[in-house]
Design a protein around this ligand. Structure first.
Ligand code: BGC
Length: 905
């Protein structure tokens, strides 16, 4: 009896469960429409604490469930409190509904922003059909000190530890600390380090500009007694000075300001010496416990000295700071000689190590850093040159001690430890990667593991050379912002990381160093190394990085801010080229294995600089300038061909790969000779060098795109995957984990860093060539994208993503016999031209998009408008048109995710 009742109940429950599971696994189809904006940024930063721009720019990313979507309008609210914003009240600025299809550079247009104030904002948007999204989440930005007059404190110094106590009658409601401590500082309040920045502030030409950091210290302060402690290092300033201001709003609304000045106390602490190149000596016996806490007896301390200001304009540091971004566990520990312990971190990088030790008071542990080992297992520091690159720690002798330096960094894979009391273990050291903390926004993965290893090696070099400026190397007595290195790698960095704020800052550094005669310097900040005027290939960093940033972001302000300086630089070059040929050169095609005359390299850059300046003039609507520079570029091109091209041989100058790839890249070759220059380049690579490259820094940058533009992507691929000298595969096979400075495997003294990013410029081609993601310079900021992957040789798949200002762009392809698939993502407000190659063996092919035929028997298959709108059969909405050109089938698409599949016979 019971059974007969139970049985059906079980069935019903099971059926219900099954139904539930069906619902759970099926996607929930929300009504089609716009989604709330994400990735809200102000001045290219997320929730910045401390900007000093009166009219900041806002940007966000629109998302939509449908395809081919464009923002028709937005509404942005800026409020003086989160509560007001939550009620949709933009008391600072309510933009109202603004018709615009650009969510990337909306300029603040509300009540004047005030110094030392916080603001909150959010935004919503309307799609092309007029449907509104929800508002985004609320985010904030803090305005720091907008004018020099806002600063109340005095510059002080006198020792490397400075302290001050003060009392607050109430708990704070809002408190901000503004600090410029040169060369480097560590700010401490009531016993704790404030923030996660290291090696702060960023390096500048200090008599021109000094960066200050802003911290929200509300939670660090308390009612009653408080203590401020600042440690100072020499850094690139080679001295120690401090300016600090803390603006505190108490619970009652009363304001209190604490500033650096003569009432501060000074005393040298445990850091006995510190230097970027040489490292730090830290005597823990000199620690003064409690010095950064209230109630400390500072009787033995001297009054701080009032010192001369460094002389530069104070500017908010508006870029990602240098931080400890990763830790590294050593992979091996050896003992090659009694008392010498050598740690292998398994990876070359920039930063330092944490030392864990216990032992007698006064024991002295020395850490020496190296990129290389001798066959004996001892560290080889010949290529570190004169940098001492060592840290010394002297124990206080109580319990386990833990130390890492504050005011230096090293470039290393190996660490030699001497003087360690007892026997160190693998756990006695931890590596820490310290560099400018840019976010990773791009990714590249290919079916050929060698390409992935090369990409990885380049990423390590690029990243560990970000130290508030792009340095050449992180290990030897150099670490300069060499401009040639910077310009060749910058586009690859922009594709991999969120670097807009970083390069915006670097461009300002260049302007700071520009001479009144327009000259640019080889290194920025300038000093120590290099020349003024810069080698033209190095000076080109100024126009080219401005141009790349404009291409990547479409941001006119970046161009506006640099335009006058760029014109001055252009006119300087012009003054050195009376017959339209710029010949002066110091380094030219630096580190090439075959020589190309420096004059050709310099003149190529003169042409390139002039060309991009004419384009930037056009972008700003300066048509007279645009025309003048474009005409001048024409004259330079003609003069270049006259001076350097030999029509008889079809070669430029020495006929090296660099000599021919430079003019090919910029399409400078007279059309009737184009074919012979291409075949000379190909022959040189194939037959004279057995598929190896000979280029230096300049020629390398353009070799891969030049080959690709001229139908030689397969040859470019062969070069990229070469494994014998000279090649990246050779570096890897020789044990490189970061890119070398030279193609040669050298380990002796002089110039052979094992971590130089400049020969990593091929990374841009991985994204643009193999991945096929290309920005269209005529519609910058990825408003229009060209997706044009190179499907070649044994590659069976590539997947690339670029985090653009409008959102993520992805291109991901696979290939098997007879089938090519391509999945792409195009952000809202962007369109793309998608170009899919077909295999020459195919006689006939069909293309489906998400299962629907869009190309058949040589024709685009267009759906009826109703079908298009419904998206059930025929052409998928979003695929606007199709055509066929140069063995590629080409579709125009709007925003959205697309899944193409080409089947051939
Ligand atoms: C640097 C380079 C730089 C070069 C200029 C070297 O010492 O490390 O990377 O571009 O000098 O000649």
């Amino acid at each position: 009896m019971f059974r007969s009742y139970l049985f059906p109940t079980t069935i019903v429950i099971t059926a219900l469960l099954a139904l539930l599971m069906v619902f759970a696994t099926c996607p929930v189809y929300a009504a089609e429409g716009p989604l709330a904006p994400v990735n809200l940024r102000c001045e290219y930063l997320t929730n910045p604490v401390g900007i000093d721009v009166r009219l900041p720019r806002f940007a966000w990313v629109d998302r939509h469930t449908g395809r081919a979507q464009v923002q028709s309008a937005y509404q942005l609210l800026v409020a003086s409190s989160p509560e007001l914003l939550a009620q949709n009240k933009g008391d600072q600025w309510d933009s109202g509904r603004v018709a615009s299809d650009d969510p990337t550079q909306v300029v603040y247009n509300g009540k004047p922003l005030e110094s030392d104030h916080s603001y909150w904002w959010k935004v919503r948007w309307w799609d092309k059909d007029g449907s509104a999204s929800d508002y985004s989440q609320a985010v904030s930005f803090d305005v720091a000190l907008l004018s020099a007059g806002d600063w109340k404190g005095q510059w002080i110094g006198g020792a490397n530890q400075l302290r001050q106590e003060f009392t607050l009658a109430e708990a704070p409601r809002r408190a901000r600390a503004y600090i410029c401590g040169l060369g480097y500082y560590e700010l401490r309040i009531n016993g704790a380090k404030i923030g996660n920045n290291y090696l702060d502030p960023g390096w500048t030409t200090f008599d021109k500009r000094d960066l200050y950091a802003t911290y929200d210290v509300t939670a660090n302060l308390q009612r009653g007694a408080n203590a401020l402690g600042v440690m100072l290092g020499e850094g690139w300033f080679h001295s120690r000075v401090l300016l600090l201001q803390m603006d505190i709003e108490l619970a009652s609304g009363k304001h209190v300001t604490v500033t650096s000045g003569p009432t501060w106390k000074a005393k040298n602490g445990p850091i006995v010496s510190d230097s970027v190149w040489d490292g730090e000596v830290y005597d823990a016996r000199l620690e003064t416990p409690g010095w950064d806490q209230p109630g400390f007896k500072d009787d033995g301390w001297m009054p701080a000295e009032i010192v001369k200001a460094p002389g530069g304009v104070l500017s908010a540091q508006m870029m990602p700071p240098i931080q400890d971004v990763d830790s590294m566990i050593p992979i091996a520990l050896t003992n090659p000689r009694p008392g010498y312990y050598v740690y292998d971190m398994g990876q070359n990088f920039s930063g330092w190590v944490d030392l864990h030790v216990s032992g007698p008071r006064g024991a002295r542990v020395q850490l020496r850093f190296a990129e290389l080992l001798y066959p004996t297992g001892m560290i080889n520091r010949e290529n570190i040159r004169e940098a001492k690159a060592r840290d010394i720690y002297i124990l206080h002798g109580e319990g386990e001690e833990c130390y890492h330096p504050r005011f230096t960094y090293h470039g290393f894979r190996y660490v030699e430890v001497t003087g360690y009391p007892g026997t160190p273990s693998l756990d006695s050291l931890r590596g820490h990667v310290v560099r400018t903390a840019v976010k990773t926004t791009g990714s590249f993965v290919a079916s050929n593991p060698l390409l992935n290893q090369i990409h990885r090696m380049i990423r390590w070099s690029d990243l560990t050379n970000l130290h508030s400026v792009p340095t050449d190397c992180p290990q030897r007595n150099e670490r300069m912002g060499w401009m040639g290195d910077a310009q060749v790698s910058s586009e690859g960095l922009m594709l991999n990381f969120d670097t807009t704020a970083f390069y915006t800052n670097f461009l300002r550094d260049m302007r700071d160093d520009q001479g009144t005669d327009g000259t640019i310097t080889d290194t920025v900040p300038y000093g120590g190394y290099g020349n003024r005027p810069a080698d033209p290939a190095w000076g080109a960093a100024f126009p080219l990085i401005t141009w790349y940033l404009y291409e990547q972001t479409g941001d006119r302000r970046i161009v506006e801010e640099n335009y006058d300086g760029l014109k001055k630089y252009e006119e300087y070059l012009h003054s050195r080229a009376p017959d339209n040929v710029l010949r002066y050169s110091y380094y030219g095609d630096w580190v090439a294995t075959e020589r190309t005359p420096g004059a050709e390299v310099s003149d190529f850059y003169y042409y390139y600089d002039t060309l991009v300046l004419s384009k930037m003039a056009a972008a700003l609507g300066k048509s007279a300038d645009a025309e003048m520079y474009s005409e001048r570029a024409g004259l330079i091109k003609d003069a270049f061909n006259k001076e350097f091209f030999d029509p008889k041989s079809g070669n430029y100058t020495t006929g090296t790969q660099t000599a021919n790839d430079l003019p090919l890249f910029l399409d400078m070759v007279p059309p009737q000779y184009h074919g012979s220059v291409v075949s000379n380049l190909v022959d040189n690579i194939l037959y004279e060098h057995n598929t190896h490259l000979t280029t230096g820094l300049a020629g390398l940058r353009y070799l891969f795109p030049a080959l690709t533009q001229n139908n030689q992507a397969s040859l470019a691929y062969d070069l990229a995957t070469q494994t014998t000298f000279p090649s990246w595969g050779y570096m890897l096979a020789s044990g490189a984990t970061t890119v070398w400075e030279l193609w040669q495997n050298k380990v002796g003294p002089h110039m052979n860093s094992w971590n130089h990013h400049m020969l990593g410029s091929i990374d841009a081609w991985f994204y643009e060539g193999l991945g096929g993601i290309n920005v269209d310079a005529d519609q910058p900021g990825y408003r229009h994208i060209r997706i044009e992957p190179q499907i070649t040789r044994d590659l069976t798949s590539v997947s690339a993503t670029v985090g653009t200002v409008r959102g993520e762009v992805t291109s991901s392809w696979t290939r098997e016999p007879g089938v090519i698939t391509l999945q792409i993502d195009v952000p809202v407000n962007s369109t793309a031209t998608v170009s899919i190659p077909w295999e020459p063996e195919m006689t006939e092919f069909t293309v489906r998009e998400s299962g629907r035929i869009v190309w058949e028997r040589g024709h685009f298959v267009e759906g009826t408008p109703e079908v298009k709108a419904r998206g059930t059969t025929g052409v998928t909405p979003g695929v606007m048109s199709g055509s066929f050109k140069d063995e590629r089938v080409i579709f125009e698409v709007g925003s959205g995710h697309y899944d193409f599949r080409l089947n051939g016979e």
